[in-house]
Design a protein around this ligand. Structure first.
Ligand code: SF4
Length: 171
């Protein structure tokens, strides 16, 4: 079971210039980053969605919105209450042909430990640091994360961005 606050679509969150994505916002985050832009998603709440229900919602939205890209965000989808279920979710999404980007406030080393061999396409790792804040944006050529300590990694844990800026022209 998962605690899901909302599921929506967005063009801004998947790290490729052309793709919009289904965004699943998980409820609960313990990082307590000063300046957090998602305060309402920090408290842990009761789990409200089974793996089957969540997969069904993602499939329905995929058909309606014509995308196979998924972003798992929050909150933090890798918090202890979720991460066992997250591995199962990632396995199912991979089997069903989805490409997944995970947004976590954990460091790359901890995210790697939590995710094990679970399949995903991108992971954004690192907490939000107010002192390193800058406008976050996605353009045709780059993706700028909200603070420069955060970075994108691929499934082999190779860092793809530099100081939190992913250059699409280098991929
Ligand atoms: S990781 Fe994200 S949601 Fe969690 S406290 Fe930090 S900024 Fe807020």
């Amino acid at each position: 079971m998962f605690s899901v606050a909302s599921i929506t679509t967005s063009f801004l969150d998947y790290p490729s210039p052309e793709d919009h994505a289904i965004c699943v916002y998980f409820q609960g985050c313990w990082h307590n980053c000063p300046g957090c832009h998602s305060l309402a998603l920090q408290p842990l709440k009761a789990k409200n969605m089974s793996l089957e229900q969540l997969l069904n919602e993602i499939h329905l939205m995929s058909e309606a919105e014509h995308t196979t890209k998924v972003v798992l965000s929050g909150g933090d989808p890798l918090q202890a209450e979720s991460h066992v279920g997250i591995q199962s979710l990632l396995q199912c999404l991979n089997t069903d042909g989805f490409d997944v980007c995970i947004y976590t406030g954990f460091s790359m080393e901890i995210a790697r430990y939590i995710l094990g061999r679970a399949p995903f396409t991108y992971a954004k790792c690192g907490p939000f640091k107010q002192e390193l804040q800058r406008p976050s944006m996605k353009t045709d050529t780059q993706f700028i994360l909200a603070s420069s300590n955060q970075d994108f990694y691929n499934n082999d844990w190779i860092k793809l961005s530099d100081n939190g800026i992913l250059d699409f022209t280098k991929e």
